[in-house]
Ligand binder design. Sequence first.
Ligand code: BDR
Ligand code: CA
Length: 311
Amino acid sequence: MRHFIIDCDTAEDDVLSLYLLLKNNIDVVALTIVEGNILYDQEIKNALWALEQVSREIPVYPGANKPLIKNYMTVEKVHGKGGIGDILVEPKRLKAKEKHAALAIIDLASKYAGELEFLAISPLTNLALAYLLDNSIIKKIKKVWIMGGAVFGIGNITPVAEFNVWVDPDAAKIVFNAGFDITMVPWDVIINYPVTDEEWNLIKNMRTKMSELYVSMYSHYRKYSSTIQKINGHPHPDAITTAIAIDERVAIRKEKRFVVIDNTDNITRGMTLVDRFDADTSWSDKPNAEIVYEINKKRFMEKIYDLLNWF
Ligand code: BDR
Ligand code: CA
């Protein structure tokens, strides 16, 4: 059995990612919550609420509620006031843990040493903090899956920066330089595989509890992505990353590359510069991440349909 921590800034695609892990029999040992999409308290509530919807009790550890150094902004305009649309959900039974997420990561890395996988569909503040507190987690965490950055320079929060890396580029720099075994799934790759009108209608007609939840969670985001972001539907940044983590065959083409993060506080903040050609230039170094370039959309959507047929 595979053991995962899922690190969330809990909006719709984070919730769906959690459900994908559970549906695919991954042992989710913890959810860690980090600053990002919406107000921090609501991110925690969403995580607890999401677990209640599938009757699961998994520890939820709040952690960093702001980036290491910089200021950031939440993006309710993208995901709705509550991150899963405008609805503000309240968990009924579950409560968050007291322990800080960074400490939980360190403890769980020891408990599952050599086996633990970290799924970061979120800014990297919690993982960077854990690493700064205890460098030995590099050897204990088997794999780090990251939804973040861009490989061709097409961002979403700025023209060149993807949101997760932009929120805390200092944390991202620490994590990318630390020596983890990283797979990075870039924003400007996943936007090539949005959920089309045909697929959206098919999902609407499924009429399972999960598909109805899906439609209610994604309606706000879909409107934003298809109008403002001019995407042909809504993309699944976090869910595609999660599907690749579950089943590497969802990624068709991957290359090991050197990635450097622009953590300066200027207009290129959060940009990920990927040495795509492995050029022997002064700024480049040996590969520090595996970059996903192409996705098997059919295989990914099979996982989505399978999940939406759960109940
Ligand atoms: C990423 O940023 C967040 O808005 C999403 O949850 C996703 O993790 C996309 O840039
Ligand atoms: Ca996310």
